[in-house]
Write a protein that binds this ligand. Structure first.
Ligand code: SMG
Ligand code: MG
Length: 370
């Protein structure tokens, strides 16, 4: 029995080591919410993937704070759960707010695994001790800068390169990477920057043998993606459009993608991740773990989740030092020269949170419960 006695919510702001630019803008800082659930003398951590601005998703740190404080945490406080798989259902009266739900649900999984004294990956039924790591390289100011970044990441061992694209920064950068680095595992992510009218232009990427093109069309679209997939040789991967297991099912039924990026935060947490993972496996659709510029806390969750069997492609789960120096955990997440990350073996997410670093980055703090 897991007893939820108290919850701590925090808003943190951390500078990024280097700016990160997508089709919707450039950011230099990460604002995020941390959730800590306490009970029976133990605590579990969750990290909310919502950002300060509603550009990747409608949810933001502000909406997540409101949902957690007024609706989600109050539904868990004082309650006992046999298993964290029950937590998502306990939040079901609240519509949407998947990122806020995921943050507190994932904290419950960490708490549960710590009570059992087991690494989270074991509790989930994970099948590997190391995960394959890829990187996401943002839009750069020049092709030279892009090639420099890609060279650095390949030298670090990363198993696949993803570059962010947008109209005006797509075929040229891909061509330049192929010319310089040959047959590396390469993919692109448009973060919804194109429309179906661009299908002909996107087909110009087909000859480059990309692993996939991620979220080319609108953030909530499925029908146009299905039409685009019919017109492209390159596999379409959906990210933003799959914000629930139900939408995942619709995407597969429509043939809107051949690959799925799973971010637990986007779909409501770990239980929903397991459902979407199994659904995709049943359809022969490979999945990989997305990233949301998480600190080591969210990153550690992502590593454990990536041990599930159908996470067969390298994810956006990279080393701490690409984003934060220092990270909130010690030691930070490291990538070995073979492009893999070791799954932490300690209880729960298995990383040590450095309280002083959390405190120093905290801009708001709220304790709920006894
Ligand atoms: O965490 O390495 C990371 C970032 C990976 O590119 C990444 N994420 O659309 O997949 C994506 C983006 C979303 C974050 S941009 C705010
Ligand atoms: Mg994406």
């Amino acid at each position: 029995m897991m007893h939820v006695e108290r919850a701590e919510l925090r808003v943190l702001r951390l500078p990024l080591v280097r700016f990160f630019e997508t089709s919707f803008g450039r950011q230099h800082e990460r604002e995020l919410i941390l959730v800590r659930l306490l009970g029976d003398g133990l605590s579990g951590w969750g990290e909310c993937v919502a950002e300060a601005d509603p550009y990747y998703s409608a949810e933001t740190t502000t909406t997540a704070w409101y949902a957690l404080r007024d609706y989600l945490v109050p539904r868990l406080l004082g309650r006992r759960f046999e298993h964290p798989a029950e937590v998502y259902a306990a939040l079901s009266q609240v519509r949407g707010h998947q990122m806020a739900k995921a943050a507190v649900e994932m904290a419950a999984w960490d708490l549960h695994a710590r009570r059992l004294g087991l690494p989270l990956s074991k509790v989930l039924g994970g099948v590997r001790a190391r995960i394959a790591s890829g990187v996401s390289v943002g839009i750069q100011d020049s092709i030279e800068q892009l090639l420099e970044q890609v060279a650095k990441e390949l030298a670090a061992g990363y198993q696949r390169i993803k570059i962010k694209v947008k109209p005006g920064w797509d075929v040229g950068p891909v061509e330049a990477i192929r010319a310089r680095f040959g047959d590396v595992r390469l993919m692109v992510d448009a973060n919804a920057a194109y429309t179906l009218d661009d299908a002909g232009h996107l087909a110009a990427l087909d000859p480059f043998g990309l692993m996939m093109i991620e979220q080319p069309l609108d953030y909530d679209d499925l029908a146009d993606h299905a039409e685009l997939q019919r017109r492209l040789a390159t596999a379409v991967c959906l990210d933003e459009s799959i914000d629930s297991v139900a939408h995942g099912r619709a995407a597969l039924a429509l043939g809107a993608c051949r690959v799925v990026n799973i971010k637990p935060g986007r779909i409501g947490g770990i239980r929903e991740t397991m459902r979407l993972h199994d659904l995709c496996a049943g359809h022969g659709i490979p999945v990989w773990h997305g990233g949301m510029l998480e600190t080591g806390i969210g990153r550690a969750h992502n590593i454990h989740i990536s041990t599930l069997p159908n996470f067969t492609l390298p994810g956006d789960v990279a080393a701490s030092k690409r984003y934060f120096q220092p990270d909130l955990i010690e030691p930070g997440i490291e990538v070995d020269p073979d492009g893999t990350i070791e799954v932490p073996t300690g209880p729960g997410i298995g990383v040590t949170v450095i309280d002083e670093r959390v405190a120093a980055a905290t801009h708001a703090h709220l304790v709920l419960g006894s």
